[in-house]
Structures are given as structure tokens and as C-alpha cells.
Design a protein around this ligand. Structure first.
Ligand code: ADP
Ligand code: ZN
Length: 752
């Protein structure tokens, strides 16, 4: 036995460096810092030839390879860590799961100001400017001041009070406009210095009584919040069943227990009402985190949440990283919405991360939807999530009646499908006329923008395609141009076929054409269109939604933007112009997306005192999503679809990863795709593990912006079975020539 003699080991620190490099790095802790470092602190470290922002994660073990000369941490940039502990755990998980460098993941989650190597003291922002409406509606004297009317309208739509920065983002020039409104006495401008415990806002529109189903759900959630600890729920409530009120009560309860809440929503600009409801209920206790925040504002919210002076965060997907203190509750509203998946940089699914975060932080998680994602539903069926159901609408309002118009019978036969062919069946027109005559409102849904979506040569049959993309050009009549919806290139409508000079037929209808037809067939009706072409700014968007809510419009034609969680009590008729547009998309979720869209848009009907009806035009009345939606049969649809997914081993019965390639040169791209395919083949685990490779193959859209696109799809029973292969692939990317870009997309959303 020899006595072990060792010198005091040097203190070592594990640091994530805010650069696109994988892994954690080991640094020496200088004596001056010994004992004072806290995980989550931003530090300055030597990196390469210069200095870099780093994040101290905790003590490190001595590196395995000897002979490495470790460098010391240079400086600590803040006294208390920007990153709370539970967030470090979440970011670590995200980096590992979605295969993205940890330092980049952390930097991406932090607000600007903390994501660069500046001292905390330079990054203070604790004065906020607010605008408060002093009126409850837009007075008529603003009729001739549309900019002021719009700014005031925005303010009213979001609950009567908002930060100047936010209004100015939504409505360019609003700072000046609000000053004018203040001079007219319609708005008050206030400066707020954020202090602990500031609580403003009044309890507005809090219903006295919950429905029995709401009540049961609220009690269950309150109990779970009290009990503490991780407990995930699926709140499956039909459209108009009052899910938001359940969230509000649960958040209220958490707040009363001193716990923080995080509420994720798909898109804030599209649903200002929801923000308004949180604002009016919780006032200054809410930080609203949307994509249009200014840097300073983002930082302000971060610091307020981090300090615990603001306890509720409502925001879009990136808010899953908000540093809510003492997190007790996480809500994901419309959890099925595809926008929770980010499709660049860190390709995360915010709904999935919300559950991971809940588990790590020991919080209650509520995933709410009328049309839960099959992944979520399966988790509930397997008992991993508890199921809460709201089967009926508030006030026992009936679900809308849904009927079908078979376009195979109602529309002219082939050959007659010219620009003059009607889009709206007689039944649909009649229903619209009746509804408008009663002073009620109509929503028309078609998930395609533009006027005609295909320009086809009558002589040679070629359709007009984009030069750089493998897609058809869409005719936008209002611009008198054809536009590529993938790369944005646009040019004047050609008079004839490029190849043979034959005349061009305009086929495939878009919202612009529907709008034109409605205006023509219902001359008395006030019609507007809601899609990305008409809602060119957040200002236009807010104004459109607000004027529809004020009933200044009778008919709103639009893309999936009209299918979001709107609550317009005047809408009693919803028309689906063509249910088939999303059925044929080469994606295993096409059927599910179709069902979701149809059910969601139908759910906009009959939310007020008058009952609603829905008319669905389709060429595929027997298609599963169409049939099931018609019967309000979510369960039947889900059962059938899950069986099919199981048989073909698709999610939720498998985990997937997509490897996507994009290259300048078709041959080179193809050869890299084959190289990666071979690599996967060589490292494939035994067949019993059940990993499968689909491809390499050209992507469904084989060319975008002149780049050739390939993809490989990996399927496995579990993510763990997939992870080693993904690590191999990732390591091999260093050898890929620079002309080809390869990304790994774990749990991919869309397959295109
Ligand atoms: P969902 O999100 O489930 O579609 P909402 O939360 O938008 O439904 O609620 C639908 C409507 O019912 C809203 O206008 C809401 O204010 C109202 N509402 C919700 N709960 C109640 C209640 N208990 N009593 C009266 N009205 C309610
Ligand atoms: Zn293009």
C-alpha cells in the first residue's frame, strides 16, 4: 500500500462557448474567482485567438487527454447568473436532442444584450413606456385620421394598455400617432419604473361561473399546482368550450401560490384577444413575448422574469426559454399548431420542450387543443398525460352543423374549367346570401394565396414554372404579376406559353379569385381578404381583424390565417371553398393537417348567441379527414389515423430525423447524399433495433432558389436508437464539400 499523495487539484470549470462549436470546454478557475462562480453566469474566456462569451455550467473533471494547456476564465460578466438552473438543464437537453452546439443554443435563448460579451451593468433596462386608452372605442372623429384610429384600435384590441415599443412595432410610426392621441385626450402615455411586486390592471370580463366541465378541469389543475411536481395534461376541448378561461384560472391559482407560469401560443399578432384577456386579468404581472420585440424590451422582460418581479410569461415558441422563476405551470395553447416547430438553427419543437421543461422544473404542463396532435393524444392514451375534456361549448351553445357539397357533381366537367367557371356552388352562394341578409358574418376558407395557382398552356400542356424552383408560378391579379411562392421572384404575366406561344389557361383557384367572385356574386356584401398578401404589415392585420370584429365587414376570405383561435361571435357561416388542397401533399401528416385545419376553421362558426353552420366543398367526400370532420368525429379520425401510423411505423409510433441537403451542383449534391446514405448503411444497428433509412432521394420539391435538394429520412422505435447514428452523421459533416449544405432535423415537422 502506497499512500496517495496529491497536490490540490486545480479548480476546473466547464464552459459552453457562444460559438458554433460542439461540446463543453474546460477552463481553469483563477484563484480570485474560486468559490464565487455560480452556474449560469456569463463569463469571458479566451477562445481561438481572441475572447469569447461563455457560460459557466459547473465544475469540470480534469481532461482525459494529458498535455492540454488549459486557459483561465478571464472575467465574470455578472454577479447573479442570467440563466436559472432549470433553464440550463433544458438548454442542455435541447442541444443534445436537436444536435446543435450548446453555446449557440444558450446564446440563441438569451435576449440581445446578454448574448454578447457586455457587462451586466451596461445592459440594464428598467424604464418602460406604456400607452393607455382613455376611451373604450374608436370615436367617430378619428374617421379621417386612419393612423390614429389604427393605433387606438390596436391598443383596445390588446386590452387597453400596451408598451409603446409593442404598438410601434405593430403599427409603424405609432409613437408619433400616440402622442397626437394623447394630445386629444384619448390616450395616456405613462412611464413605468419596474419595481418588485408592481401589480396593475383590473379584473375585466372574468366570468362569474364556469361550466361544469371547465370547473372540473380547473379544480384538477389547481390540485396539481398545489401538489407541486411534474404532471402533464392534455386539455382536449372542442372549439368554443372555453379553454382560455381554464388556463387563466390555473395561472391565477399558481400566482396566488407564488408560482410562475409560462403560456405558449402560436402567433400573437393573429390573436390579440388572447393577450388582451391575460393583460386585463394579470396587468403588470405578465410579460408578453412576441417576435416583434425590440432588443431593449426583450432584455427588460428577461430581467423582470429572472428577478421574479414579473411572474407570468405569455409568448410564442421561443418563450419556452423564458426565465420564469419558481415555475409552477406551463400552458401550450393550440398545441397541435405547426408553428411550435422552428425550422432553422436550433430546430426545436417548443411543445415538446415545454414538457421536458415541466419535468425538469417539476411543473404542471397543460397542452390544450380542440384537435390535439396525434403525438400528444397517444401520450394521453398511454397514460403518460392525464386527459381533461371539455366536450361541450360554453353556455351549451350547439356545435355548428356541417354539410357537404360534392364538387364532382356541382362543378362543370373538365374542359369547361376556365377562368369563368364558378367557384362557389349554388348552395354556398345561397347560404352566404341568407347569412349576410340576416346581418351575420361569413368566413370563407381556402388555403392557397393568389388568383390562379397554375398557368397551363392549352396547346402543349406545359405549366409556367419558376426558373429557380421546382414549383408553378402563381398568378396574382391585383399585382398583375406571376409570383413564385418559394423564392419570391415575380414578373409580369406572360401573354402566351414560353415554349410554343400557345394561350395560357388559368387553373387552380386562390383566395384572391375567391374574393373577386364573392364581390361579384354578392354585390351588396362588404368583403375583405386575410392572407399574407393582404396582411402585409401587423398594422393591416390588426386593422382587418378589428374591423371584422366590429362587424364592418360581412365576409372574410382567407387562408389558414382565418382558422386560428379567433372568437368572432357574429360569424354564423363558415365555408370551406375546397377541402382538398392539403390532402395530396407528400407528407405523412397531410391527412392530420387537413383534419385540423377543417375542424379549426369550422370552429369559428356559431360562437355567439346564434347557431353556426359550415359548408364544405370537396372533390373527395370520402377522404377520411373530410368524412370525420363532417361528423365532428375527432376520436374516430384519430383511431383510424393512429392505426395507419402504427402499421407504417410513423410518429407517434416511431421517432424520425431528416437529413436535408441543398447544393449548388446537382451531381455534387447527389454524391454527398449517396455518401451519407452509405455512411448510415455502414453504421446501421442490427435489424432487431428497428432503425430504417428512407432514401437518399430527391426532396418532394427538388429545387428551390436554384439549389438541388435531397433528403434522407431515418425512422426508429425510440430516439435513443437514433441518436448514435445522428452523432456519426454529424461527425461526417466536417468532410462535406462547402458547396453542399447539410442539416439534421430531429423530429421534423413538414416533410417538404
Ligand atoms: P376555446 O379556446 O375553447 O375555443 P374560448 O376560450 O375562446 O374557447 O371561449 C369561447 C368564448 O366563451 C369566449 O368568448 C369566452 O370569453 C367565453 N367564455 C369562456 N368561459 C366562459 C364562462 N364560464 N362563462 C361565460 N362565457 C365564457
Ligand atoms: Zn422560385
Amino acid at each position: 500500500m502506497r499512500p496517495v499523495v496529491s497536490a490540490t487539484p486545480a479548480l476546473l470549470a466547464s464552459v459552453a462557448v457562444g460559438r458554433p462549436v460542439r461540446g463543453e470546454f474546460t477552463y481553469l478557475v483563477p484563484d480570485a474567482l474560486a468559490g464565487s462562480l455560480a452556474p449560469g453566469q456569463r463569463v469571458l474566456v479566451p477562445f481561438g485567438r481572441g475572447m469569447a462569451l461563455g457560460f459557466y455550467l459547473g465544475p469540470a473533471n480534469a481532461p482525459v487527454e494529458g498535455g492540454v494547456r488549459l486557459k483561465p476564465i478571464q472575467r465574470v460578466l455578472e454577479d447573479s447568473p442570467s440563466l436559472p438552473k432549470d433553464l440550463i438543464a433544458l438548454l442542455r437537453f435541447a442541444a443534445e436532442h436537436y444536435r446543435h452546439p450548446l453555446g449557440e443554443v444558450i446564446r440563441g435563448a438569451l435576449p440581445p444584450g446578454l448574448s454578447t460579451a457586455v457587462d451586466e451593468k451596461a445592459a440594464k433596462a428598467d424604464v418602460q413606456h406604456f400607452a393607455e386608452a382613455l376611451v373604450t372605442e374608436v370615436p367617430p372623429q378619428l374617421n379621417r385620421a386612419p393612423a390614429q384610429a389604427a393605433a387606438l384600435q390596436y391598443l383596445l384590441a390588446v386590452g387597453g394598455r400596451a408598451q409603446l415599443e409593442e404598438v410601434a412595432h405593430a403599427i409603424p410610426g405609432a409613437r408619433e400617432t400616440l402622442k397626437k392621441l394623447a394630445a386629444r385626450g384619448m390616450v395616456k402615455l405613462v412611464e413605468v419604473v419596474l419595481e418588485p411586486g408592481v401589480r396593475e390592471g383590473l379584473i375585466q370580463g372574468r366570468p362569474d361561473r364556469l361550466t361544469p366541465e371547465q370547473d372540473a378541469a380547473v379544480r384538477e389543475l389547481q390540485g396539481a399546482v398545489d401538489a407541486g411536481g411534474f404532471q402533464p395534461y392534455l386539455l382536449h376541448g372542442v372549439t368554443g368550450s372555453g379553454k382560455t378561461e381554464v388556463y387563466l384560472r390555473a395561472v391565477e391559482h399558481a400566482l396566488a401560490q407564488g408560482k410562475g407560469s409560462l403560456v405558449l401560443v402560436p402567433e400573437i399578432a393573429l390573436t390579440p384577444q388572447l393577450v388582451g384577456r391575460f393583460r386585463s386579468r394579470f396587468g403588470g404581472d405578465v410579460a408578453v413575448l412576441h417576435s416583434g420585440l425590440k432588443d431593449r424590451e426583450r432584455l427588460f422582460h428577461w430581467q423582470a422574469l429572472r428577478k421574479g418581479t414579473v411572474k407570468i410569461a405569455v409568448g410564442v415558441r421561443s418563450a419556452v426559454f423564458a426565465p420564469v422563476e419558481n415555475l409552477g405551470l406551463i400552458v401550450v395553447d393550440e398545441e397541435h399548431d405547426p408553428s411550435f416547430k422552428q425550422d432553422e438553427k436550433l430546430r426545436y419543437q417548443a411543445r415538446d420542450l415545454a414538457v421536458v421543461r415541466g419535468k425538469q422544473a417539476g411543473a404542471v404542463v397543460v397542452l390544450g387543443s380542440a384537435t390535439p396532435a396525434l403525438e400528444t393524444l397517444q401520450n394521453a392514451r398511454a397514460g403518460r398525460y392525464k386527459l381533461l375534456e371539455l366536450k361541450s361549448r360554453v353556455d351549451d351553445r350547439p356545435m355548428p352543423t356541417i354539410s357537404l357539397v360534392d364538387l364532382r357533381v356541382e362543378r362543370p366537367r373538365e374542359g369547361q374549367v376556365t377562368e369563368e367557371a364558378p367557384i362557389l356552388s349554388p348552395q354556398m352562394l345561397q347560404a352566404m346570401e341568407e347569412t349576410v341578409a340576416k346581418g351575420q358574418q361569413v368566413i370563407l376558407f381556402l388555403n392557397r394565396r393568389g388568383h390562379s395557382t397554375i398557368l397551363l398552356c392549352e396547346v402543349c400542356g406545359l405549366s409556367l414554372k419558376c426558373h429557380d424552383c421546382d414549383v408553378c408560378m402563381t398568378h396574382h391579379r391585383s399585382q398583375n404579376r406571376v409570383v413564385c411562392h418559394y423564392c419570391g421572384v415575380a414578373f409580369p404575366v406572360p401573354a402566351s406559353c414560353r415554349e410554343c406561344t400557345g394561350p395560357l389557361l388559368k387553373l387552380g383557384i386562390g383566395t384572391e379569385r375567391v374574393e373577386a367572385e364573392v364581390s361579384e356574386r354578392l354585390p351588396g356584401a362588404r368583403v375583405a381578404r386575410l392572407d399574407r398578401d393582404s396582411a402585409t404589415s401587423a398594422e393591416r392585420l390588426t386593422e382587418l381583424l378589428a374591423s371584422f370584429a366590429r362587424r364592418e365587414l360581412d365576409v372574410l376570405v382567407g387562408t389558414q390565417m382565418v382558422a386560428k383561435g379567433h372568437d368572432f361571435p357574429g360569424v354564423t357561416l363558415v365555408c370551406v371553398v375546397m377541402a382538398d388542397t392539403s390532402l395530396a401533399i407528400p407528407d405523412f401528416r397531410a391527412s392530420e393537417r387537413t383534419f385540423h385545419l377543417l375542424t379549426q376553421v369550422a370552429g369559428r362558426a356559431g360562437r355567439g348567441k346564434d347557431p353556426g353552420r359550415v359548408l364544405v366543398q370537396t372533390y373527395n367526400p370520402d377522404a377520411e379527414p373530410v368524412k370525420r370532420m363532417l361528423a365532428h368525429d375527432f376520436d374516430g379520425f384519430a383511431r383510424q389515423e393512429l392505426e395507419w401510423r402504427k402499421a407504417l411505423a410513423y410518429p407517434p409510433f416511431a421517432r424520425m430525423a431528416a437529413v436535408r441537403l441543398e447544393g449548388e451542383h446537382p451531381e455534387q449534391t447527389a454524391s454527398v447524399a449517396r455518401f451519407l446514405g452509405n455512411l448510415v448503411g455502414r453504421h446501421m444497428p442490427p435489424a432487431s433495433v428497428g432503425v430504417r433509412l428512407l432514401g437518399p432521394a430527391l426532396a418532394p420539391i427538388a429545387r428551390i432558389r436554384g439549389k438541388t435538394r435531397w433528403q434522407l429520412l431515418l425512422k426508429a422505435p425510440t430516439h435513443a436508437a437514433l441518436a448514435p447514428l445522428l452523432a456519426r452523421l454529424e461527425a461526417a459533416l466536417a468532410d462535406v464539400p462547402s458547396g453542399v449544405r447539410v442539416v439534421i432535423d430531429v423530429d421534423p415537422g413538414a416533410m417538404m
